[in-house]
Design a protein around this ligand. Structure first.
Ligand code: ADP
Ligand code: MG
Length: 387
């Protein structure tokens, strides 16, 4: 694998990023910390960012996940310096790049940007497109470096061609090469894979991740796809309405979602209205711990579709039947799972259950259901219901 990323002395790289109004090229031979402190940004009356604080560790890949319109692109633009925050500060390696008294221009931040639509220049060759990120270098040197990166993404044979001849995935590679050739200490990517076919997406995700690891660039990837966030992020920051809801590893967000909103993102769940008494929610499966909820409060019980244990009841089978009795109202084959709608005694609405294929559970089957109480989460009723 080419080592073009490491052929520059690290002192040089550090001084590039740290110097005032430094040059376009910033080294990624060291890793930079990206920090947002109470950042706010308003468009008219509307707060696109409402006092958001977030730390991204040197070399970390953080996925920013949230629904459309929650402020993801705005945060990325603020980090890049395309947008000025109305309040708070942005720091790269402890150096303030945006704040009340200070604003460092985008080209002096050592930040690389990649957008969803690739935005290649149609009238420039593919090599010129990549070399575009190296305007500060002498032409011959810029071309040489661009060619090395183009080779790294497997496209050097197209160097003298124009972008229109490339497929979507190839254009994406060129855009990636262009963003990364100046060796940015921080890479900011706005929904970089959403324009690709599903088949292509996964391989591009893996290639991009490998390249980012080589560069050691601290990376923020914006996405609205929870699976993509889990696949790519060392950590995931969940955003809603200009604020951070929760930040953590995929496992943390999955097992310990801070809000119903987060739980919904990471698994298919049944949401059941329940009442709390003595710190527990009464359910047909038995009582479930409802920490922090008061007597008489209404709460939402979350049961993951995949966490429901299901056994088929055989007409003349022996043994004690365990669990709640139910009848399958609908059964759908989903490839690696069956999705069942089960009418269960004690529940007003049918429960949705995902189970491995192979169960003998056609429509009309009698089944027994059980849950693992430690895998069930209870949220206050108002929590996350507004979105
Ligand atoms: P996301 O990327 O999460 O979809 P954005 O950051 O693009 O969200 O937008 C956040 C909010 O700010 C949205 O309500 C959007 O309409 C608004 N917004 C973004 N950019 C502008 C702008 N230039 N002018 C006015 N409103 C904007
Ligand atoms: Mg956006």
């Amino acid at each position: 694998m080419a080592n073009w990323l490491f052929n520059k002395s690290s002192n040089d790289a550090v001084s590039n990023v740290l110097s005032e109004g430094g040059p376009v090229r910033a080294g990624a031979t060291f890793a930079a910390e990206l920090r947002f402190e109470e950042v706010s940004k308003n468009y008219g009356e509307r707060a696109a960012l409402a006092g958001l604080s977030l730390d991204i560790a040197p070399g970390e890949v953080l996925c920013l996940l949230g629904p459309s319109g929650c402020g993801k692109t705005t945060l990325l633009r603020v980090a890049a310096g395309i947008e000025r925050p109305d309040g708070g500060r942005v720091l790269i390696n402890g150096r303030e790049v945006a704040g009340p008294e200070r604003f460092v221009q985008p080209e002096a931040r050592g930040v690389g940007l990649m957008f969803q639509d690739f935005a290649l220049f149609p009238h420039l060759t593919i090599l010129e497109n990549v070399a575009f990120g190296l305007k500060a270098l002498p032409r011959a040197e810029a071309r040489r470096e661009a060619l090395t990166v183009l080779a790294r993404v497997g496209l050097e044979r197209y160097a003298e061609q124009y972008p229109h001849i490339l497929s979507g995935g190839q254009q994406q590679r060129v855009a990636l090469a262009r963003a990364i050739v100046p060796r940015p200490a921080v890479m900011l990517m706005d929904e970089p894979f959403s324009g690709l076919d599903v088949q292509l997406r996964e391989s591009m995700q893996q290639e991009t991740l490998a390249l980012l690891r080589e560069t050691r660039a601290t990376t923020m990837i914006v996405t609205h796809d929870p699976e993509e966030a889990m696949r790519l992020g060392d950590r995931i920051a969940v955003m809603r309405a200009g604020r951070l809801v929760q930040v953590g590893r995929a496992e943390d967000l999955y097992h310990r979602p801070a809000e119903l909103f987060v739980a919904r993102l990471f698994s298919e769940i049944n949401e059941i209205d329940v009442k709390v008494a003595a710190g527990r929610a009464a359910t047909p499966f038995g009582p479930v711990a409802a920490p922090g909820l008061g007597d008489g409060e209404r709460a939402t019980l979350c049961i993951r579709e995949r966490s429901v244990g299901l056994t088929a009841v055989r007409a003349n089978g022996g043994g004690e039947a365990q669990g709640l009795a139910g009848r399958v109202r609908d059964a759908r084959f989903l490839g690696d799972a069956m999705r069942l709608e089960v009418v269960v005694e004690g529940f007003e609405a049918p429960l949705n259950v995902r189970t491995r294929v192979g169960h003998d559970v056609a429509r009309g089957s009698e089944v027994r259901l059980c849950i693992d109480p430690s895998d069930v989460i209870v949220f206050p009723s108002s929590n996350g219901k507004d979105t």
